[in-house]
Write a protein that binds this ligand. Sequence first.
Ligand SMILES: [Zn+2]
Ligand SMILES: [Zn+2]
Length: 133
Amino acid sequence: MVRLTVQRQAILDLINRSNQHWDAEELARCLGENGEQLGIATVYRGLAALENAGLIQSIQLADKKRYERADKGHHDHLVCIKCGDIEEFCDNKIESRQQQVAQDRLFQMTGHQLLIFGVCQSCSNDSQESKNL
Ligand SMILES: [Zn+2]
Ligand SMILES: [Zn+2]
């Protein structure tokens, strides 16, 4: 087990208590509201260390990394380009196809990330409604 500083433990606890996909700024803000004032550089370093230790996992979006609990295991994401909502899914067919692709190329797969970008249901309902106005 890795030894954690109090600050890193606070970051880890916050992530483990939620189902969110956090970016560093959101985490720093929320920790501040809980009375844990951490500098943003400390948060970035803490997140990197926690991820290296396998205690949290991340997805890399265009602008920033987002971190989430590691104990959820592997899953993939649908990302709404309008509201930024992130939905999770896991599809066994996709998973095994990817493994097959790597295997066919004699490529030793260590992991993958799949992000599907688009417009979520509630955003597409919204734009539907504004068209009808
Ligand atoms: Zn996957
Ligand atoms: Zn997720």
